[in-house]
Design a protein around this ligand. Structure first.
Ligand code: NAP
Ligand code: HSE
Length: 423
């Protein structure tokens, strides 16, 4: 009979993902042992509030002293606290103690993932972070190993489950933005600070992590151009529907002119587009490599059990000695910007519907043709008069100049929204 390896886990954090890890170990421990030869058990679990009810978690394992977890004879430390500090110090202490670490902390990895990998390399211990991007989808592994024979040309995807859930619920059930966000929070998809999700920063962090893996080097902080979905209203989703499209928050990295172009932005996608059918908290990543061409990875990108599934895959791989110590990586990559040409949906709040004249005249002055434009009257309290229009394809830089002049003229009385339409 093949031998069984014991793997004792010290768990830092027992919230949405941490509880998922406990639940999966309770549920699948013997199946995992049968399939992998690894017997998983928990030593101690760090939490902040010892009195919180946590179903399925043995209360004798709980502690609010980090050292009780980090120095408790475990084989691997799993960091699921989130945020920068104290998560970073916990990870560094574990690595300095030569303990393998598994984390789902994309905020920290986007800030200094290569620093942590280099520290793991210096201490000669494995470091797993599959759950940090797209939860249940094994995209980190795919880029590190499955696609290693390729030169990666681009990565395009839906990387934030909360935003995708909100946009799906607004489209399919006609919910207002705030209501859909509350649902996403109640289901455990959102970050502790949901601004990270809806303003596009979480997707930007994941894009940076994937790009550093795919293009093999470190990218500068703040190298991703980010536009979130926080200004998208039900009327925009309805306008997209009338165009036969859906709105999705899309992250894209592309190697161009010796640099990497990195963007997160909402896009109007025709319903037949492969990313348009990605619903709810699902994520999808389209990777283009010089050997394999395009590959689409799709699955649940947020939530307790899908994220725990990725955490367990790292733990089992480390326990079975199948996870190598990371290589030290110091190559610096530079970013570049592409002036994209798209038709665009633009919405302005205006004091008077007659403002449509100034707006279309200014666009024409910059050579931007308008395919259709309409002014809508505020009908209920809290609503504003609006001008909505579709441009013909135009360069982004030129549109920006025109929009800047329209804003400077004082015509709109609030922020405009501009969303590219993918043909
Ligand atoms: P969460 O529900 O807020 O859980 C955080 C846990 O850490 C809680 O158990 C909390 O204790 C504990 N904690 C927080 N600060 C602490 C401190 N200073 N000292 C001790 N314990 C502390 O977060 P989550 O959603 O599970 O996310 C955890 C990590 O996974 C984050 O990095 C997140 O970005 C990432 N992630 C989340 C998802 C998802 O779908 N939620 C998916 C993939 C990756 P209490 O329970 O006592 O408050
Ligand atoms: N808040 C994140 C999301 C969790 O919604 O995608 C998964 O990383």
């Amino acid at each position: 009979m093949p031998s069984v390896r014991e793997c004792k886990i010290g768990l830092l954090g027992c919230g949405t993902v941490g509880q998922g890890v406990v639940e999966l170990i309770n549920r699948n421990r013997s199946a995992i042992r049968e399939r992998s030869g690894v017997d998983l058990s928990l030593t101690r679990i760090l939490v902040r509030d010892m009195s919180k009810p946590r179903s399925g978690v043995e209360s004798r394992l709980l502690t609010n002293e980090p050292e009780q977890v980090i120095r408790n004879g475990c084989d691997v430390i799993v960091e699921l606290v989130g945020g920068l500090e104290p998560a970073r110090s916990f990870i560094e202490r574990a690595l300095n103690n030569r303990k393998p670490v598994v984390t789902a902390n994309k905020a920290l990895l986007a800030l200094d993932g290569l620093g942590l990998l280099n520290r793991a390399a210096a201490n000669r211990v494995p470091f797993g972070f599959e759950a940090s991007v797209c939860a249940g989808i094994p995209i980190v592994r795919a880029l590190q190993r499955g696609l290693v024979g390729n030169t990666i040309q681009s990565i395009t995807g839906i990387l934030n489950g909360t935003s995708n859930y909100i946009l799906t619920r607004m489209d399919e059930s006609h919910l207002e933005f705030d209501e859909a966000l509350r649902e996403a929070q109640a289901k455990g998809f959102a970050e502790a600070d949901p601004a990270l999700d809806i303003e596009g920063h979480d997707a930007a962090q994941k894009l940076k992590i994937l790009s550093e893996l795919a293009f093999a080097g470190s990218l500068p902080p703040n190298g991703v151009r980010v536009q979130g979905i926080q200004d998208i209203a039900q009327s925009d989703v309805e306008a997209a529907r009338k165009l036969g499209s859906v709105i999705r928050l899309v992250a894209a990295a592309e190697a161009q002119n010796g640099g990497i172009s990195l963007r997160v932005q909402p896009l109007l996608l025709p319903r037949a587009h492969p990313l348009a059918s990605v619903r709810n908290e699902n994520n999808a990543v389209l990777v283009k490599g010089d050997a394999v061409g395009e590959m689409l990875f799709q699955g649940k990108g947020a939530g307790s059990l899908p994220s725990a599934s990725a955490v367990l895959s790292d733990i089992v791989e480390i326990a079975s000695n199948r996870r190598a110590v990371p290589r030290t990586l110091r190559r610096a990559l530079s970013t570049t910007e592409i002036d994209l040409e798209y038709a665009r949906y633009v919405r302005f709040p205006v004091p008077e519907p007659s403002a449509i004249g100034t707006i279309t005249t200014t666009l024409a002055k910059y050579g931007i043709a308008v395919a259709r434009a309409a002014a809508t009257w505020a009908r209920r309290p809290g609503e504003r008069h609006e001008v909505k229009l579709m441009t013909l394809p135009c360069k982004e830089a030129r549109l920006k100049l025109a929009l800047r002049e329209i804003v400077a003229s004082g015509t709109p009385n609030g922020n405009y929204l501009a969303v590219p339409l993918v043909a």
